[in-house]
Design a protein around this ligand. Structure first.
Ligand SMILES: [Zn+2]
Ligand SMILES: [Zn+2]
Length: 239
């Protein structure tokens, strides 16, 4: 953000991050947006953390994980993807305003895994960064880092291959599309024994998370947990 934009930001009244209505405080949703957000948490699948309607007992996994167990240690999402969650994500993606990243990070903070050693944003391909000017996941990771005092390395993981839109592809098709798409920075130190928190804005399928996890584990990471703002559940439409 330019100094001018920052100043303009200060002069404006706080607005709901969902609908833009004027609110009392920064980062607060209006009542309507707040009540339409579905906050996620346990009971959830022991492997991917997809929420369960009821507690199925310790260690219970969802059908998807029984068919294809993830290589990561779960996806922790603040909210289910829906109209308001989408509005906030788009606002950050197209404005790069740190306030939006802070709103998301604030909602994600309660799900920070125990013993987190390092925050690593899911990388964008450099062409996309070049066009957009920033990686929204890195902005969220930086906000989280301030809240939790866990260091962030936004350059550790790189997207070395541009990937197609994964929507509409099956499990194997998605895995194939992201194979070889990620790599560690050449001079990266060993991640041996570390718990890495992979940060993203919207989680759609496990393919990207699994591909990133494989690369981080090859670099020595012991555990990789995904922490994101919103998760697409079931057949929720995505656009
Ligand atoms: Zn609102
Ligand atoms: Zn699962």
């Amino acid at each position: 953000m330019t100094p001018f934009a920052r100043l303009a930001d200060l002069a404006l009244p706080p607005r709901c991050p969902g609908c833009g209505e004027i609110t009392q405080h920064d980062h607060r949703f209006c009542t309507r947006c707040w009540s339409s957000l579905r906050f996620l948490g346990p009971p959830w699948c022991a492997l991917c953390h997809a929420p369960f309607e009821y507690d199925r007992g310790e260690g219970a996994a969802c059908g998807e994980c029984m068919a294809n167990p993830p290589v990561h240690s779960g996806v922790r999402a603040a909210v289910a993807y829906g109209e308001v969650a989408r509005a906030v994500a788009l606002k950050l993606k197209y404005s790069g305003r740190l306030a939006c990243a802070e709103t998301m990070a604030g909602a994600m903070a309660r799900l920070m895994p125990e013993g987190a050693d390092l925050l690593v944003p899911v990388p964008l391909h450099r062409w996309r960064i070049w066009r957009r000017g920033f990686n929204q996941a890195a902005l969220i990771a930086k906000s989280l880092s301030k809240m939790h005092d866990v260091p962030v390395d936004a350059e550790l993981l790189r997207r070395v291959k541009a990937t197609p839109v994964l929507r509409g592809l099956g499990h194997n098709g998605r895995a194939k599309a992201v194979a070889g798409a990620f790599a560690l920075r050449g001079d990266a130190e060993s991640l041996r024994g570390k718990t890495i928190v992979l940060v993203d804005d919207v989680h759609t399928s496990g393919a990207t998370a699994n591909a990133c996890t494989r690369v981080l584990k090859r670099g020595g990471a012991e555990k990789v947990v995904l922490l994101c703002w919103a998760r697409v559940l079931g057949d929720a439409p995505l656009d």
